[in-house]
Every structure is written in C-alpha cells, then in structure tokens.
Design a protein around this ligand. Structure first.
Ligand SMILES: [Zn+2]
Length: 312
C-alpha cells in the first residue's frame, strides 16, 4: 500500500497580486519536490470538486454563494486585506476542499492508510461566514465532518501545526463533540486567537501557543507532554493534519525556529498515534509555508514519512 497524493491544476490558477506570499509559486515548488524519483510510488489522483453537501456541513449557503459571486471575470477582487480571488480561485478552493474529502473517502475505504493533499488556497482560517487569511472554505473541517456524518465515525482528530492559529477550523468545530482539534501556533501572531482558554463547547479544543523564537525542541516537548496524551485519551478513528510549514525558521511570515526534521518528527509521532487508535489512517492537507525552498523541503520530509508509514 502507498500514500495517496491529491493535486489539481486549478491550484495553479488561483492567482494573487504580485508580492502576495500565498502565490502560485508555492504549489509549483511543492509539485516539483514531489516529482523527485523518491516519490515515484505515490498514488497520484486528481482532486475532485467539493460536493455542495460537504461545504454545507461547515458553511451556510450564503457564504458559499458570497464566494461564488465574488469570483471576478478578470483581474483580482479582495475579500479582505489578505484574501484575494482571481478568475481561477473558486475552482481552486473547490478542488482543495474536494481533495481533503476525497482523501477521507479513499482512506476510510482502505485504498491507502495515508494521504496528502497538495492544493491551495489553504483553508484553516475560513470561518463559518467569513473568508479570511488567504482561505475561502474550511477544507479540513469539511473533511472531518464528512468522516463523521457520511462515514459514521465517532471520533476524528484534527492536528494543526501551521504557525498561525487555525481560527477557522476552531470556529467550524467549536460545537463538534466528536472532533478533537489540537493546534500549535506562535502567539501573539495573526489572527490573534488560539489562547489556551479557548476550549470549545465540550472541552474538545486544545490550543497550545508557542512564544516567538520557539524551536523544534520546545515544539516536540509540547507535543509529547500535551498534544499526544490528549490525542491518545481521545482515541481518534482518523487523524487529519492541517499541515502548514510556516513554523520553519526560514519562513518570512513568522518567527519560529523549526526545521524540516521537526516536521518529519511530528508526522511520525502522529502516524504512531494513528497506529494505536485509528488503524494508521492519516489524511494531511497543505496549509501555509511561504519560503519556497523551506516549503519544498518540509513537504518532502512530511510526505516521505507518510509514505514510510503508509507502506507498512
Ligand atoms: Zn500559516
């Protein structure tokens, strides 16, 4: 068995204004890294569009209609200071959410144990009725809801190690007792949420902020002492990862000091946990990561571990 890789050319058609960090070159760098012969065994699949029902589990119709209506015929439109749409953005966002949902379907069908969705725009900042932070739809949250409501799982965990707090995922999962959401993030930093006292309606949200300058040693300690025990106690039947790589020391948008080895380590730790409680099932989706070289190296390290673990 190998690891599934979901991509779609639409990820390259979501264009942002010159100088915007969430740029087409990001996905070009990821796709180029995963074209290396060491990734030849990946089971490469085209990301489908998200179904309306999958989006409606996390966003009201009005939000979806707003995003659809905002897509320009040409040029750009800004939804906020950070969040832009070009003519290709709607299709890209639909494919990004669709990739995560399709990966859940395939992994739960036993077609693979692990999957990575190399898509953009990211999704973890999109709130129920508000696109923000480069994000239009809550892709990973939609995938979690699909696993719970369509596949009938009882417990799904989302682990978000993007350097920014996943305020969108937190908003979409706030009332969802069947989902443990664990986030490590730099604080203070955009978007400003993610304090430890934000614990969800059922105490099922665990925010683990890290101070500016935190390195991989501190990250591993926080994961080992706080995140992994909480995950083990929850005993998820599926682990979803919001895989942002902007905690890397080279990233221009943040101030943490991780290396690609730290991303490989956390991937292995989450796969270990999935082996214990979830039949090894891990679905990961790309979120941030804005230094192109660091992003490519980090994705390569992450997917290498997903492949090693998925092959067992
Ligand atoms: Zn981020």
């Amino acid at each position: 068995m190998t690891t599934l890789l979901y991509t779609h050319p639409a990820s390259q058609s979501h264009v942002t204004p010159d100088g915007h960090p969430e740029q087409v070159a990001r996905i070009d760098a990821v796709v180029a890294a995963l074209a290396h012969p060491s990734f030849a065994e990946l089971d490469r699949r085209e990301a489908p569009e998200a179904r309306r029902d999958d989006l409606l589990r996390v966003h009201p119709e009005a939000h979806i209609a707003f995003v659809e209506a905002s897509a320009p015929q040409d040029g750009f439109v800004s939804l906020d200071a950070d969040t832009w749409m070009s003519p290709g953005s709607l299709q890209a966002a639909l494919r990004a959410a669709g990739a995560a949902c399709a990966a859940v379907d395939a992994v739960l069908a036993g077609e693979a144990r692990t999957a990575f969705c190399a898509t953009r725009p990211p999704g973890h900042h999109a709130e129920r009725e508000k696109p923000m932070g480069f994000c239009l739809f809550g892709s990973v949250a939609a995938a979690a809801k699909r696993a719970l409501d369509v596949h009938g799982l009882s417990r799904v965990a989302i682990v978000d190690f993007d350097v920014h707090h996943g305020n969108g995922t937190q908003d979409l999962m706030w009332d969802e007792e069947r989902c443990l959401f664990v986030s490590t993030h730099q604080m203070p930093l955009y978007p400003g949420t993610g304090a430890p006292d934000e614990t969800g309606a059922h105490g099922q949200i665990l925010n683990l902020p890290l101070p500016s300058g935190a390195d991989g040693a501190l990250f591993r300690k926080v994961m080992e002492e706080r995140a992994l025990p909480a995950l083990r106690a929850f005993a998820p039947e599926l682990i979803l990862i919001s895989a942002g790589f902007d905690a890397h020391r080279s990233d221009p948008l943040a101030g943490l000091d991780f290396t690609e080895e730290d991303f490989a380590w956390v991937t292995g730790a989450l796969c270990d946990l999935a082996d214990e409680t979830a039949g090894g099932r891990v679905v990961s989706s790309l979120e941030g990561g804005y230094d192109l070289e660091a992003l490519a190296a980090s994705v390569a390290a992450h997917v290498t571990v997903l492949m090693e673990r998925g092959a067992r």
